[in-house]
Structures are given as structure tokens and as C-alpha cells.
Design a protein around this ligand. Structure first.
Ligand SMILES: [Cu+2]
Length: 160
């Protein structure tokens, strides 16, 4: 009987509490570096023409006027395991930049984008210099694919 009551209490407590817990848990922000949500990788952006998902991971929290490198990973939507892949090299050339839509300008200098030699479908972006605080977009461009050009972006807000 004691076990039964205990079990019941757990069920009631669990059901009653979980929405509250869920609600109170800190919201994922676009500065989070942890992409793991169970085994399903979080899709930060999509390359719809190729059925690909992508993630953007900052090496460190971006700060104005300091290099803020990041990593892009691509995988076939729905089939990869978070941070493990298999990652997929998009068709066409992958480039990336940063852009401030409210003012129509980019960062300082040109963002470089190099594919990992050991893991195709993973790209390192460097020379990422935000010149002011506010709302920015990290843009991802696909060019020269037989499936057509495509682009996507991830929003990021830097403190003033
Ligand atoms: Cu600006």
C-alpha cells in the first residue's frame, strides 16, 4: 500500500509539476553553445532547397570589436545525432557573413569560412568583428548548387 501511495504521489506530482518546471526553465537563447536537446540536434537554420539543417556554435560569447569565431554544421534534416552527425557537405559553395539589418551594414573586414578537412559539412568562420551592439544576423549563403542558390540566417543580439 505504501508503495502504491508513493507511486501515485509521484505520478500526480510529476504531472502537476512538469508544465510549471517547463515554464520556469530558462529559455534557450541564441548565445547558448549547448545544442543538445535529447538526441535531436537543434536546427538553428535550414537550407530548404537541400533539406538540410544547420547549427551555429560560438567559440565564445560574441563581444563587440573582438573576433567572435563560430562553427557551422550541416546535416540532413531529422537524421543526425546532436554534435555527432553524420554531417553533410551542402551542394555549392558555403559562405557566411554578419549583417546589421536595421542599419544595413556588415562587420569589420571579411568573414572567412573554411571547411574542416577531417569532417566535411563542418565549417569554421573567423575574422568575425561586430562593430557595435544591437541586433545582428549571421547569414549563411549557398551558391552554385544545381538545386539553386539559398541563404539563411541566425539572429544574435550583442549588448550595447
Ligand atoms: Cu549598426
Amino acid at each position: 500500500m505504501r508503495i502504491l501511495i508513493c507511486g501515485l504521489a509521484l505520478v500526480v506530482f510529476g504531472c502537476g509539476m512538469s508544465p510549471v518546471l517547463h515554464h520556469d526553465s530558462p529559455q534557450r537563447t541564441n548565445l547558448d553553445v549547448n545544442k543538445v536537446e535529447g538526441n535531436v540536434p537543434h536546427c538553428d537554420f535550414e537550407i530548404k532547397t537541400q533539406g538540410l539543417c544547420g547549427s551555429l556554435t560560438w567559440d565564445h560569447t560574441p563581444v563587440v570589436l573582438q573576433d567572435a569565431p563560430y562553427t557551422l554544421q550541416f546535416w540532413k534534416k531529422g537524421v543526425a545525432i546532436a554534435n555527432k552527425g553524420p554531417f553533410v557537405e551542402p551542394q555549392g559553395k558555403v559562405t557566411t557573413d554578419i549583417f546589421m539589418p536595421s542599419m544595413g551594414h556588415g562587420g569589420h573586414g571579411k568573414v572567412s569560412c573554411e571547411e574542416s578537412t577531417s569532417t566535411p559539412g563542418v565549417y569554421a568562420a573567423k575574422n568575425v568583428i561586430f562593430i557595435m551592439g544591437g541586433e545582428w544576423r549571421v547569414r549563411i549563403f549557398i551558391k552554385g548548387s544545381p538545386l539553386g542558390d539559398d541563404q539563411a540566417y541566425v539572429s544574435v543580439t550583442l549588448p550595447e
